[in-house]
Design a protein around this ligand. Sequence first.
Ligand SMILES: [Zn+2]
Length: 444
Amino acid sequence: MNKKDLAFYFIGKKYNFDIRSYYSFVLENQYWDNEKIQEFQFERIKNILNHAQDNVPHYNDLFSKIGFKPNYISDIDDLKKLPILRKGDINKDFNSFLSKDFKQYNPVDRYTGGTTGSAFHLYNDMNSWAVNWATKIRTFSWGGYNFGTDRLGVMAGGSLLPTKKMSPKSMLWRYINNYYSMPITQMNDDLLDVYVKNIIKQKLKFLRGYPSAIYTLALFMNEKGITIPLNAIFTTAEMLHEHQRQLIEERFNCKCFDQYGCADGMGGANECNHHNGLHVNIETSYMEIVDANGNEVGNNEEGEVVLTSFNDKAMPLIRYAPGDYAIKSTESCSCGRTLPRIKKIIGRTSDLIMLSNGIKLNGLSIPFEAWSDKIERFQIVQTREDTVEVVLIKKEGFNERDEKQVMEMMSYNCGKGINIKVNYVNDIPLPKSGKFRYVISLVN
Ligand SMILES: [Zn+2]
C-alpha cells in the first residue's frame, strides 16, 4: 500500500465510504445505455424523495399539502409535479430544510458567492461531496490525466484554493490530489513570471482554474512570446469566452476542457475530448433544463437549470434552480459516452441586467470577442436602472473608432432610452473569491 492508498483508506474509514469504488463506478457508467441511466436516476430520485418526506419538515409539509406520494411515482417526469425551489424560498425558512438526522451525514458547510454580497449558505453531505469529486476526476481523465500519478496545477482562489489556513483534512486532500497551487488573488507580472517558471520546472502537464486567471497568464506569455505545451487545461467556475479559449489553447498548445459545476444542487457538466458540448453528471443529481412553465425544453432550446441532488441527505434540494441557464442537446456525442448533454451554459441570473425599458440584457451574450486584440478586460456595470457602464482596460491600438463601435453595440443590445458610458481603467480588481464577474448590477 503506497502513501496515497493509505490516505484513501483513512478518508474512507473516517467518513464511511469507499472513494475508489466511486471512481470506478463513474468510469463505468459513462457508457451505460439510456435505459440503464433512467433506471438508476429514477431509483436515486425515489430514494431522496422518501428521505425528504420522512425527515425534512419542509418537504413533509409540501408533499402532504399537494398530495404527493414518493412511493407511488412511476416515472422521472413525476418529479415535475413539485414546484421549483429558489434560494429565496430556502432563506425564508432555512431550518425547515434540514433533516432530522442531519448530523449523521457529516455535513460540510458551503457558501456560494453573490456579487451583491448575498452569499447563500447550504450543507453538502460528505458522501455527496465524494461522489462529486469522483466525477471531477473522471473529467480530468477525459483530458488524459492519470489520477495518482499526474500533477494538477490549480490556478484559482475562493473555494478551489482556500486562502485561509487549511484544516488537516484539506491538507490531506490536497496531498491526495497532487495539486500544485497557484493562488490568483494578487496576480502581477512578477508572480506570473514565477508561475511560468514553476510550470516548466515542476513539469506540469495539466492545469485547472478560472478562465480569467488562466487567460491572464496566457496574455503574459503571449507578450513574452512564451509557449508551454501541456496535455490539457480544465476551466471552471466562470464563463469561458471564445477569445480566451483561443489564446489559452495557442499558448499551451493543448485543448481546454470546460466545466460547469454547482455545489448548491450538486449539478455538473463537462466537456469531453470531442469538444462539442458538455456531458451532464448522472451520479450527483438529476438535471432538468426547463422553460418558464417548468417544462423540459427541446433540442437546441434555451432553459433554466433545475437540479435534484441525489446524495445530500442533511439538506436535500429538490427541483432547485441555482439561477443558471443552458442550451439543451439531445444529440448523441461522437465520443461514444452516453451521459446526457447540454450544448452550452449561457449564464447565470446574476449575468442578467433588468433595464428600465423592460429589456433583460444577458451581459455575457454581448460579443466583446470582436475586440479581444484591443481590449484586455471588460466589465459591464449597471449603475442605475437606465444606465450601463462599460468598464474597459484597453490595449494599445484601441482608438476612437473602436469606442464608437463599442457604444453602438451596447446601444443596440440595451435598446432605447438607456444611457451608455465607457469608463477606462488600469485595473479591475477581483472580488475576494477570485472569480471574475463580467456583469454586475448595482441596482436592486
Ligand atoms: Zn462526448
